[in-house]
Design a protein around this ligand. Structure first.
Ligand SMILES: C[S@@+](CC[C@H](N)C(=O)[O-])C[C@H]1O[C@@H](n2cnc3c(N)ncnc32)[C@H](O)[C@@H]1O
Length: 204
């Protein structure tokens, strides 16, 4: 189980991880997914960022929102503390809700979210299907989901698979994730390859 006690993102590792995830060199590598996410935001949505970390994606989403809000869900208090500081510094408190929670039990009402995003989280989960089920539950009918993670078939994915924590399921192949999203009742599923990773998009 990924819990507060054994997560690789809590305690001192969480503090260092939160700092590393703010690395500006990520901008180029993450540009494709960030562009895709931002293109899908009109300004009035409720967005859920699953495993938001220190807000690499949540902050630009919040900056694009006019009347909506972004729920930043993560189990790591250290990640969320860094995110909270950024939110305050940038004057985004009215558009950001911080939720310290397990991704499989968000506590959000069913059919309350327009857009779910998640980057580099699924491979860390002991039970990614439970999290995908939760995503499908909280999405409004017609809502969209955009997930990016390592591709098990790529060299990077194979390295991640080799070294992942014994409780983590490791990366999916695009087809495996497609099948899981179908199982959760999602439709219009597409996968887009990116070096070492892939993006999966779907609708409820
Ligand atoms: C690699 S980081 C990615 C953070 C962020 N999405 C980004 O791209 O900058 C993975 C994040 O997922 C969070 N996480 C891992 N397992 C989780 C779980 N079961 N529930 C909620 N968050 C989780 C970690 O705490 C960490 O912040």
């Amino acid at each position: 189980m990924s819990t507060r006690e054994n997560s690789e993102w809590t305690g001192i590792r969480g503090k260092i991880g939160a700092w590393l995830l703010d690395n500006p060199l990520r901008k180029r590598r993450e540009a494709r997914f960030l562009d895709l996410v931002l293109e899908s935001i009109r300004g009035n949505e409720t967005v859920l960022d699953v495993g938001a970390g220190s807000g690499f994606f949540s902050i630009p989403v919040a900056q694009k929102l006019k009347t909506g809000s972004v729920v930043c869900l993560d189990l790591s208090p250290e990640m969320l503390a860094r995110l909270q500081k950024k939110v305050e510094r940038l004057g985004l408190t009215d558009r950001v809700r911080i939720a310290q929670s397990e991704a499989s039990s968000s506590g959000l009402p069913g059919e309350s979210v327009d857009v779910v995003i998640s980057n580099a989280v699924l491979h860390e989960l002991p039970n990614p299907k439970a999290v995908l089920k939760e995503i499908a539950r909280v999405l409004k009918p017609g809502g969209s989901v955009m997930i990016k993670d390592f591709n098990k078939d790529s060299l990077q994915g194979k390295i991640v698979s080799l070294f992942h924590h014994k409780d983590e399921q490791g990366p999916f192949t695009p087809n495996e994730l497609k099948n899981c999203l179908t199982e959760m009742g999602l439709r219009d599923i597409k996968t887009i390859p990116i070096k070492g990773s892939f993006i999966a998009t779907a609708r409820k």
